[in-house]
Design a protein around this ligand. Structure first.
Ligand SMILES: [Cu+2]
Length: 455
């Protein structure tokens, strides 16, 4: 994991500065750091101010600040970005400081923050600080608490962080379009006492979704529910980084939902506790154990568990959310013997694709030609073959020998002897079963498959 974070001075502080910045007497804008990669960046330890344990933003990064007279100054730049959704697919999104989602903002309970927002979008915007207690006038709702930030202008938000927890930021101006284009970020407020709520690993990501026609790169912004790319921090499996930990470590995962539907996030392996919600931390006595926590639209959840060695899947349990763009018009073909029909169709359409008559796993194994700039529907390869997953899926990788603070992918898990499922090789019973498809079902020769995904 290389740190390719580049600090680029905001294009001409004087150009954007004094005239547009109305408050706080800032003569110059803080640097607006830019991120050029979708790789997970190492946590950013605080160089000044109150100490805290920084989080790891999956496939993301945290925004550096400037400490000025005791105030933490951040600079967000709202702008069009190109985001790699997974290797092989890039999307034209809107985001902040070079990526979507924008950088994670991290500060400490009691901090006064001053956040400069420069609008380099082709239209107006605002920033709403989702879940944070602040004066009404800093809430960022266009028309209600402020006029929208005009194109090319910089506005300032300033408030004191009153309560620690997991929060988000996103526009509240033309928000359906701007969130469909990827404008969002995490806002983490750490507790004043770093010994409180200690976890050795602290991960964060936002659930988001896009509707990008296979072969194109720009989301359809008027889609209400029928999204086709289900992502964590604008990444789809196998583009989502693993969550790496050492056996026995306390691990926290913070998840915020800015899609248009709920996501039951399910983790295999150790049971977890829901330790944080939208309003902050759940008292110890009120925490409940789970293996799946449903995260509603606009909600945040923090979960914690003690890491157990293994490769543990973590994913949304809506199974169509662990797939990438696919044809919604594909009928269920399981159990359908359509050889006679296929014969007739192939006379008309030689490339006719037979799909799914014995389930869809074969889709995960096929090397299908795809239109440019899209992802296979189900993909990713593990040590035992195709994983057959896409979308909202990753792996919690826990090892005995991972060094503290090391977030590099440790590779596949080595299962201790006697702990791995395997084929039964003894005698098989002679029990009658319902007929399986005949072994010679492939008498019809169809080219399988040629041409793009059905869509
Ligand atoms: Cu989901």
């Amino acid at each position: 994991m290389t740190n390719r974070r580049s600090f680029v001075r905001a294009a001409g502080a004087s150009l954007l500065g004094a005239t547009a910045v109305s408050r706080a007497g800032a003569a110059t804008l803080p640097e607006a750091a830019v991120q050029t990669t979708a790789a997970t960046q190492p946590p950013l330890p605080p160089p000044n101010g109150r100490p805290f344990q920084p989080i790891v933003t999956l496939n993301g990064w945290s925004l550096p600040w400037r400490l000025r007279d005791g105030v933490k100054e951040f600079h967000l730049v709202a702008e069009p970005v190109v985001r790699e959704i997974a290797p092989g697919m890039r999307a034209n999104l809107w985001g902040y400081n070079g990526q979507s989602p924008g950088p994670t903002i991290e500060a400490v309970e009691g901090d006064r923050v001053r956040i400069f927002v420069t609008n380099r979008l082709p239209e107006v915007t605002t920033v709403h600080w989702h879940g944070i207690l602040l004066p009404s006038g800093m809430d960022g709702v266009a028309g209600l608490t402020q006029p929208p930030i005009p194109v090319g202008k910089t506005w300032v938000y300033e408030f004191v962080l009153q309560r620690s927890g997991t929060f988000m930021y996103h526009p509240h101006a033309d928000e359906m379009v701007q969130m469909a284009m990827g404008m969002m970020g995490l806002f983490i407020v750490h507790p004043k006492d770093p010994r409180q709520l200690r976890a050795e690993r602290d991960f964060g990501f936002i659930l988001n979704a896009y509707d990008i026609e296979p072969g194109s790169a720009t989301p359809r912004v008027n889609t209400m529910l029928d999204f086709n790319l289900w992502t964590w921090n604008s990444r789809a499996f196998p583009g989502i980084a693993p969550l790496v930990a050492r056996t026995g470590e306390r691990v926290r995962i913070r998840v915020g939902n800015l899609t248009m539907t709920n996501h039951p996030i399910h983790m295999h392996g150790p049971h977890f506790e829901v330790v944080g919600t939208d309003g902050g931390w759940v008292p110890r006595s009120a925490r409940w154990p789970e293996v799946t926590t449903d995260i509603g639209v606009g909600q945040m959840r923090a979960i914690e568990f003690d890491a157990v060695a293994g490769d543990w899947a973590i994913h949304c349990h809506k199974s169509h959310h662990t797939m990438n763009a696919m044809g919604h018009g594909v009928p269920t073909m399981i159990g359908v013997d359509h050889r006679a029909v296929v014969e007739k169709i192939t006379r008309l359409i030689p490339d006719y694709m037979v799909m799914g008559e014995r389930g869809m796993h074969e889709m995960a194994e096929m090397e299908m030609p795809l239109p440019d700039n899209t992802l296979p529907m189900m993909t990713g390869t593990g040590p035992f073959g195709p994983v057959g997953m896409g979308g909202m899926f990753s792996v919690v990788k826990v090892r005995d020998d991972v060094a503290p603070g090391d977030h590099r992918d440790p590779g596949p898990y080595r299962h201790p002897p006697g702990t791995l499922a395997h084929e039964y090789t003894g005698a098989l019973p002679d029990t009658p079963r319902a007929a399986a498809p005949p072994a010679d079902a492939g008498t019809v020769q169809v080219r399988k498959p040629a041409g793009p995904h059905h869509h």
